[in-house]
Design a protein around this ligand. Structure first.
Ligand code: DAH
Length: 339
């Protein structure tokens, strides 16, 4: 038995030392020290020994078990340390390597123009308000003096969602929402997306951007409108820019005008940008129609107001010399990166 025990010890120590994985160590532990392991099977035979031999062999067996146990925990520590070192080596960072710089986003050109416009109007005391893109017929048309079957509805091809709901064709709906909730003096702008069932081409898109403006107070005149729009044009295009009113028609204003600015590209001489005319149309405007004031419970005998609707897309394409409006909506990074 002595021999058997020292053989077991020798065999176990060699095997444990050679082990290269924690799972292997566990197998060896079961094989030598487990309940049915080799050392246990020796201990089970102690009963058959003489009274003198029993304690001697018993002690030896315990020593062998302790030796194997110690070897196993050494091997475990060794393998765990190896694993950690390997992991550390694999994850080693070279902190002297130059960094990779991330791409920095930028504002879409429409938003840059929008922010400039908001700054200009805020400096003149206008509040910025928001309105829903899905509107009712009432706010988009009816209250703006465009009753059902009015021929002016043909001016704006409308996406209807139901008999009563539509995608707003103009930010003018914000005029009504504002006058229903605020009382004069009113000075607001409302920027946003608008929608019309137009064919897509270089100058038309079914989605585009407008900014509505509305001023209502006692004694507001067309001169105030001209003054505000001149200030706006000078800030956007430069102080030498001229502003021109042309008579026009909108159902919600009387009188109505379309507003041109002298071409910032050629200074009014005529070029490709202004199609040789020297002028660029940037907005529609007028004095708020008494029917519109009345629809909002504002007495037209006491108050008057002006309103305007600026198209942002044309402003953006002329400012940045973008030849095709579709580029503003495609969100091609190669295009956007240029701004
Ligand atoms: N809503 C008009 C359009 O989309 C633009 C407009 C014209 C707005 C005159 C106004 C205005 O507020 O007074 O064509």
């Amino acid at each position: 038995m002595r021999e058997q025990l020292s053989k077991i010890r020798e065999e176990a120590l060699v095997a444990v030392k050679a082990a290269t994985a924690l799972s292997e160590i566990e197998e060896l532990r079961v094989k030598f020290l487990g309940k049915k392991g080799e050392v246990s099977s020796i201990l089970k035979q102690l009963g058959g020994l003489s009274a003198e031999e029993r304690p001697v062999i018993g002690q030896l067996a315990n020593e062998v078990r302790a030796d194997i146990d110690a070897a196993i925990s050494d091997a475990k520590k060794r393998l765990e340390a190896d694993a950690l070192n390997q992991k550390l080596a694999a994850e080693k960072l070279d902190i002297t390597m130059p960094g990779k710089s991330g791409k920095i986003g930028g504002l879409h050109p429409i938003n840059t123009v929008l922010n400039d416009m908001i700054d200009i109007f805020q400096s003149m005391g206008f509040d910025v308000v928001d309105g829903p893109e899905v509107e009712t017929d009432y706010y988009n048309f009816e209250a703006l003096n465009v009753p059902a079957d009015h021929p002016a509805r043909d001016m704006q091809d409308t996406f209807y969602l139901s008999d009563n709901l539509l995608l707003r064709t103009q930010t003018s709906a914000a005029q009504i929402r504002t006058m229903k909730t605020r009382k004069p003096p009113i000075r607001i702008v409302c920027p946003g997306r608008v929608f019309r069932a137009d064919e897509v081409d270089a100058t038309h898109s079914p989605v585009f951007h407008q900014m509505e403006g509305l001023v209502v107070d006692k004694g507001v005149t067309m001169c105030d409108l001209l003054g505000v729009l001149e200030k706006f044009a000078h800030e956007i295009y430069g102080p030498e820019t001229k502003v021109k009113f042309r008579p026009s028609f909108f159902p919600f204003t009387e009188p109505s005008v379309e507003v041109d600015v002298s071409c910032s590209e050629c200074g009014g001489k005529g070029c490709r940008v202004c199609k040789g005319t020297g002028w660029i149309e940037i907005l529609g405007a007028g004095m708020v129609h008494p029917n519109v004031l009345r629809a909002c419970d504002i007495d037209p005998e006491v108050y008057s107001g002006f309103a305007f609707g600026i198209g942002l897309d044309r402003l953006t394409t002329t400012r940045y010399k973008i030849s095709d409006i579709r580029l503003l909506f495609e969100n091609d990074i190669r295009f956007l990166e240029q701004f």
